[in-house]
Structure formats: structure tokens, C-alpha cells
Design a protein around this ligand. Structure first.
Ligand code: HEC
Ligand code: HEC
Ligand code: HEC
Ligand code: HEC
Ligand code: HEC
Ligand code: HEC
Ligand code: HEC
Ligand code: HEC
Ligand code: HEC
Ligand code: HEC
Length: 305
């Protein structure tokens, strides 16, 4: 069979020959019968484990994932003779196989307690080792299609009139989420973390791109920092302009500035509107025509400039 392979490929595979007696036979042997998989493998990032030439047999090439192939080869093949045929593995076994090598990747620090793992989603639900159509990360499908295949409600959100343009390729799910899981306690305090990726310093991911909203401002509008962007915006899409949670801006403001508190004009620390504001007057309903610096201002405590 070796005569079908380019010389450099043969040389590299030959390096992967394992010492006898370990049950490991080396990737060289596999290609005799799995020629299609083997021929594509040199383009795979995992080929590095072969090319480097100094990995131990259990971390090299085909057997790095599938386990020692001695018995499988002796039996002339079969799904049940190879230690790790992924079609027969549980989610947990798949996860542990991959984490043998990937446990130290920073992005996967929380994968065991991620919503995906807890819901029985394995690495191989999202990654295709031998047949990936994407140029990077061995994804099973192009990213947004991959995520939509299970999150169909989210697809509808990114079709709304005001939206982040994920479908147009301007931004990706993984700009805001880590599908391998995020740190639980830091995102929005005790609320569900939603696997939202954090920028440096536990910031909201939003600030990576919307740097003008980062502050600090001399006069902060507390919800921007405390409750976060989602107190006023939907992150994915909205039927309202500017991804807002309410169709009319003043109803959004009055969720908090409603004077419903027991402390005089204060509603648990939120100022009530002064008498000058006649909310029945259409002019006053357009709050942000006067309070233009709604995300915080450096010159005015009422966010007028
Ligand atoms: C003598 C031929 C032969 C050799 C050599 C061989 N295999 Fe196989 N392999 C087979 C056959 C036949 C099957 C069964 C295919 C089926 O049932 O669909 C198989 C199945 C497998 C499967 C299971 C696929 C599944 O259904 O999940 C894996 C993984 C596998 N081989 C890996 C290897 C690896 C790794 C090596 C090298 C260490 C290797 N094979 C060497 C013939 C071979
Ligand atoms: C990084 C881990 C990994 C490495 C390295 C790897 N495989 Fe696989 N292999 C898988 C996974 C996972 C599957 C299950 C199908 C999938 O998700 O792509 C699989 C499936 C297979 C199958 C089943 C049929 C198919 O084509 O999907 C065969 C045969 C196979 N591998 C052989 C090999 C051979 C031969 C090598 C070395 C050239 C190899 N594998 C290297 C992870 C690996
Ligand atoms: C819910 C889908 C999903 C699951 C489950 C998943 N991944 Fe990923 N993975 C992705 C996506 C999407 C990317 C691309 C990230 C990007 O574009 O920045 C990625 C990137 C990667 C990368 C390259 C970049 C990095 O973050 O290190 C590795 C390695 C990786 N995944 C390994 C794994 C392993 C190992 C598992 C299982 C233990 C796993 N993935 C489970 C979706 C997933
Ligand atoms: C034997 C060690 C080993 C095992 C087991 C292993 N990987 Fe990898 N993986 C690597 C190495 C080495 C790289 C290349 C890293 C680099 O480019 O620096 C890699 C890269 C990747 C990448 C990134 C591809 C890219 O384009 O950057 C993904 C995704 C990935 N592995 C997924 C998996 C999945 C899923 C499994 C389990 C089925 C798995 N790996 C099992 C060693 C391993
Ligand atoms: C194979 C199916 C599958 C794929 C593919 C998948 N997910 Fe998931 N995802 C789930 C399941 C199941 C849950 C847990 C139940 C739920 O909350 O919907 C989940 C949960 C989540 C959550 C957390 C929701 C919460 O309530 O805390 C986020 C965020 C998420 N997925 C994002 C993604 C992204 C981004 C991708 C693409 C990279 C992706 N998912 C791909 C099945 C999948
Ligand atoms: C602009 C940042 C951003 C992008 C891009 C993004 N998300 Fe989200 N997503 C969030 C935030 C923030 C939350 C948490 C919302 C909350 O807790 O109210 C969330 C929540 C979720 C949830 C759980 C709640 C729900 O609505 O079901 C899922 C699932 C999810 N996102 C999947 C995806 C998928 C799939 C993509 C890509 C197609 C994506 N997200 C793109 C920021 C984003
Ligand atoms: C990867 C960069 C990126 C991240 C992260 C990001 N955005 Fe955006 N955002 C954009 C871009 C680019 C636009 C411009 C609209 C477009 O063309 O998609 C935008 C537009 C907006 C708009 C205005 C929409 C309109 O209709 O004018 C709002 C509001 C917004 N983002 C809020 C957020 C919030 C809240 C988050 C965090 C949950 C966030 N963004 C995270 C890139 C990002
Ligand atoms: C108190 C409610 C509130 C909070 C919290 C909030 N916003 Fe806004 N945001 C608004 C309103 C209202 C508008 C529309 C302003 C207008 O129509 O003039 C807006 C508009 C925007 C726009 C589009 C116009 C512009 O100024 O660029 C972006 C982008 C944006 N917000 C991002 C963010 C980000 C990022 C966060 C979190 C750091 C955030 N917002 C937090 C109320 C809020
Ligand atoms: C999630 C709750 C929340 C929402 C929604 C909200 N605010 Fe506020 N706002 C506050 C809090 C808390 C303060 C600080 C009150 C204080 O310091 O006494 C504040 C302060 C202000 C101030 C400065 C006056 C002062 O007393 O410090 C103005 C002006 C203001 N908000 C306008 C608005 C407008 C306009 C909207 C709608 C676009 C809005 N707010 C939406 C919570 C909110
Ligand atoms: C025509 C311009 C204008 C519009 C429109 C407007 N405001 Fe004001 N707002 C002001 C001025 C001027 C002040 C400071 C003096 C005052 O208290 O009347 C102020 C003060 C405030 C304060 C601080 C209250 C206080 O007295 O300390 C809040 C909260 C506030 N506005 C919220 C809103 C909300 C919510 C809306 C929309 C329903 C709104 N404003 C619409 C001009 C406006």
C-alpha cells in the first residue's frame, strides 16, 4: 500500500510505528484498510501528533484517539475490536478521550459543567474529525448552521428587523458565547450564565466591540454597569429598534423610573421623574432626545450631553 503514498507522508507515518508488545501498532498499519481516512489525515491538525515524532504511542496519530489497534488488526477489523469506536462510545467516554489532550486548553476549563455537557452534548456533536467542511476548528458544519441545528428559536431571533448580523457573517455566536462553557459565578451574578464569554476583566462581551460604552464615565447610568446591557437590550434580535426590550423607549425607562418605591421620590434608589416631565405629552415620551448620553456622560449628571 505504501507505494500509493507520497514519500514524505510515508516517512512521517513510519515514524509513528509503535514499539512491539504494547498493543499499539502505529498509524502506518491503519491505512492499509482505512485508506480514505488516512489520506485526508495529513491535512488534519491532529497530524501534528504524528509529524512531531516525539509523542508517546498512546498520544500519536490514529491510536491517540482510537486506542491501541493491535487486536483490531489481528482480527482483520470490526467495530468491537478497536478500543474506542466513537459510534459505540457514550458522551462521557468521548469527552474524556478528547480531554486526554485538550483538558488544558483555556477555553475548555469549564466544559465538564457546561450546559452542553450536562445535557449530553459531546464534542462530536459539534466537531467532525474526519469530515469537517470548515477550514478551521474541525466543525461539523459552518458555525451558525451548526448552532441553529439545535437552537432553532435563536435562528428566528437573528431574522428580526433589529439584530446582530450573524447570518451575514458580521459577527459570530462565539463572539459572545463559549460553547465549551463559561465561568458560572461571574456573569450577571447569581443568574444563569448562559455560557456567555467574558472579555478580559470579567467584562460583558459587548464591550469588546462597543468600546465607547465601556466607561468609566464621570456620571454613570447605573444599570449599564450593574444589571448590564441586557436590562435594556436583547442580545440577539428584536422587533424594536436598537435591539431594545420595549417598543417605545419611555416604557423601558419607566420600568425603573416609575416612582413606585416607598422612599419618597425614590424607587429603591431609582429617581422618580420630576414634575416637569409630563409623560402624557408626546414630547416627553422621547426620553433620549433630551437624555442623549443614556449610557453615561462625562459632563452632565442628567445625561443631556
Ligand atoms: C485489516 C484491515 C484493517 C486494519 C489494518 C484496520 N482496520 Fe479498522 N476496521 C476494519 C474493518 C473491516 C472495520 C469494520 C467497519 C464496519 O463495521 O463498518 C473497522 C472499523 C474501525 C473503526 C470503527 C468505526 C466505527 O464504526 O466507529 C475504527 C475507529 C477503526 N477501524 C480504526 C482503525 C485504526 C485506528 C487502525 C490502525 C490501528 C485500524 N482501524 C486498522 C479494518 C481494518
Ligand atoms: C482526534 C481524534 C481522532 C484521530 C486522531 C483519529 N480519529 Fe478516527 N474518528 C474519530 C472520531 C471522533 C470518529 C467518529 C466520527 C466523527 O465524529 O468524525 C472517528 C471515526 C473513524 C472511523 C469510522 C468511519 C469514519 O470514516 O468516520 C474510522 C475508520 C477511523 N476513525 C479511523 C481513523 C484512522 C485510520 C485514523 C488515523 C489516520 C484516525 N481515525 C484518527 C476521532 C479520531
Ligand atoms: C456545542 C458545540 C461544541 C461542543 C460540544 C464542543 N465544541 Fe469545540 N468548538 C466549537 C466551536 C464553535 C469552536 C470554534 C470557536 C471559535 O470560532 O472561536 C470550537 C473550537 C474548538 C477548539 C479550537 C479552539 C479552542 O477553543 O481551543 C478545540 C481544540 C475544541 N473546540 C475542542 C473541543 C473538545 C475537545 C470538545 C469536547 C470535550 C469540544 N470542543 C466540544 C464548538 C463545540
Ligand atoms: C492525542 C492527543 C489528542 C487527542 C486525543 C485529541 N486531540 Fe484535538 N488536537 C490535538 C493537537 C496536538 C491539536 C493541534 C493543536 C495545535 O494546532 O497546536 C489538536 C487540535 C484540535 C482542534 C483544533 C483544530 C484547529 O483548526 O485549530 C480541534 C477542534 C480538536 N483538536 C478537537 C478534538 C476532538 C473533538 C477530540 C476527540 C474526538 C480530540 N481533539 C482529541 C491533540 C489531540
Ligand atoms: C447537538 C445539539 C446542540 C448544538 C449543535 C449546539 N447546542 Fe447549545 N445547547 C444544546 C442543549 C441541549 C442545551 C441545553 C438546553 C437548553 O438550554 O436549550 C444547550 C444550551 C446552550 C446555551 C445555554 C442556554 C442556557 O439556558 O443556559 C447556549 C448559550 C448555547 N447552547 C449556545 C450554543 C452555540 C453558540 C452553539 C454553536 C457553537 C450551540 N449551542 C450548539 C444543544 C446544542
Ligand atoms: C451579541 C452577543 C451574542 C451573540 C452574537 C449571540 N448571543 Fe446568544 N446570548 C447572548 C447573551 C448575552 C445571552 C443571555 C441573555 C440573557 O441572559 O438574558 C444569550 C443567550 C443565548 C441562549 C439562551 C437563551 C435563549 O435565548 O434561548 C442561547 C441558546 C443562545 N444565546 C444561543 C446563541 C446562538 C446559537 C448564537 C449564534 C447563532 C448566539 N447565541 C449569538 C449574547 C449573544
Ligand atoms: C463582535 C462584535 C460585537 C459584539 C461582541 C457585540 N456587538 Fe453589538 N453590534 C456590533 C456591530 C458590528 C453592530 C452594527 C450593526 C450590524 O451591522 O450588525 C452592532 C449593533 C448593536 C446595537 C444597535 C443595533 C441597531 O439596530 O442599531 C446594539 C443595541 C448592540 N449592538 C448591543 C450589543 C450588546 C448588548 C452586546 C452584548 C450582549 C453586543 N452588542 C455585542 C458588534 C458587536
Ligand atoms: C438603561 C437602558 C440601557 C442600557 C442599560 C444600555 N443601553 Fe444601549 N441604548 C439604550 C437606548 C434607549 C438606546 C437608543 C438610543 C436612541 O435611540 O437614541 C441605546 C442604543 C444603543 C446602541 C446604538 C446607538 C449607539 O449609541 O451606538 C448601542 C450600540 C448600545 N445601545 C449598546 C449598549 C451596550 C453595549 C450596553 C451595555 C454596556 C448598553 N447599550 C446598555 C438603552 C440602554
Ligand atoms: C434597570 C433600571 C433602569 C432603567 C431601565 C433606566 N434607568 Fe435611569 N437610572 C437608574 C438608576 C438606578 C439611576 C440612578 C439613580 C440615583 O443615582 O439616584 C438612574 C439615573 C438616571 C438619570 C440621572 C438622574 C439621577 O437621578 O441620577 C437619568 C436622567 C435617567 N436615569 C434616565 C433614564 C432614561 C431616559 C431611561 C430610559 C432610556 C432610563 N433612565 C432607564 C435605573 C434605570
Ligand atoms: C424635553 C427634554 C426632556 C425629555 C423629553 C425628558 N427629560 Fe428627563 N429631564 C430633563 C431635564 C431638563 C431634567 C433635569 C431637571 C429636572 O429634574 O426637571 C430631567 C431629569 C430627569 C431625571 C432625574 C429626575 C430628577 O428630578 O432628579 C430622570 C430620572 C429623567 N429625567 C428621566 C426621563 C425619562 C424616563 C424620560 C422619558 C419618559 C425623560 N426624562 C424625558 C429633560 C427631559
Amino acid at each position: 500500500m505504501t507505494r500509493f503514498l507520497p514519500a514524505f507522508l510515508f516517512a512521517a507515518f513510519a515514524l509513528a510505528q509503535a514499539p512491539p508488545g504494547t498493543g499499539y501498532v502505529g498509524s502506518n498499519v491503519c491505512r492499509t484498510c482505512h485508506l480514505d481516512v488516512a489520506l485526508n489525515f495529513f491535512k488534519n491538525p491532529h497530524y501534528k501528533t504524528v509529524a512531531s515524532g516525539h509523542e508517546s504511542p498512546e498520544r500519536t496519530g490514529c491510536e491517540g484517539c482510537h486506542g491501541p489497534g493491535g487486536a483490531h488488526v489481528a482480527a482483520g477489523g470490526g467495530r468491537d475490536t478497536i478500543p474506542r469506536a466513537f459510534s459505540l462510545l457514550s458522551t462521557k467516554q468521548t469527552l474524556e478521550t478528547c480531554l486526554n489532550c485538550h483538558a488544558r486548553d483555556l477555553s475548555k476549563a469549564n466544559i465538564r459543567r457546561s450546559e452542553h455537557t450536562l445535557n449530553d452534548i459531546a464534542c462530536t456533536s459539534c466537531h467532525s474529525i474526519h469530515r469537517s467542511p470548515t477550514p478551521k476548528f474541525l466543525l461539523a458544519k459552518q458555525q451558525s448552521e451548526l448552532c441553529y441545528s439545535c437552537h432553532s428559536a435563536v435562528r428566528a431571533q437573528f431574522d428580526m428587523p433589529s439584530r446582530h448580523r450573524v447570518n451575514e457573517g458580521v459577527i459570530q455566536c462565539t463572539d459572545c458565547h463559549n460553547p465549551h462553557g463559561a465561568f458560572a459565578a461571574t456573569w450577571r451574578m447569581s443568574q444563569r450564565p448562559r455560557m456567555v464569554e467574558q472579555s478580559l476583566g470579567n467584562e460583558e462581551p459587548c464591550l469588546k466591540c462597543h468600546v465607547d460604552k465601556r466607561g468609566p464615565s464621570a456620571f454613570e447610568h447605573p444599570p449599564v454597569r450593574v444589571e448590564g446591557c441586557e436590562s435594556c437590550h436583547y442580545p440577539h434580535g428584536s422587533t424594536n429598534t436598537r435591539l431594545l426590550r420595549r417598543p417605545v423607549v419611555f416604557t423601558l425607562c419607566l420600568q425603573c423610573h416609575n416612582g413606585a418605591g416607598q422612599f419618597g421620590t425614590r424607587n429603591n434608589g431609582v429617581t422618580q421623574l420630576s414634575a416637569a416631565h409630563n409623560v402624557l405629552n408626546p414630547r416627553y415620551q422621547l426620553c433620549t432626545t433630551c437624555h442623549v448620553r443614556i449610557h453615561g456622560s462625562n459632563s452632565d449628571g442628567f445625561f443631556m450631553r
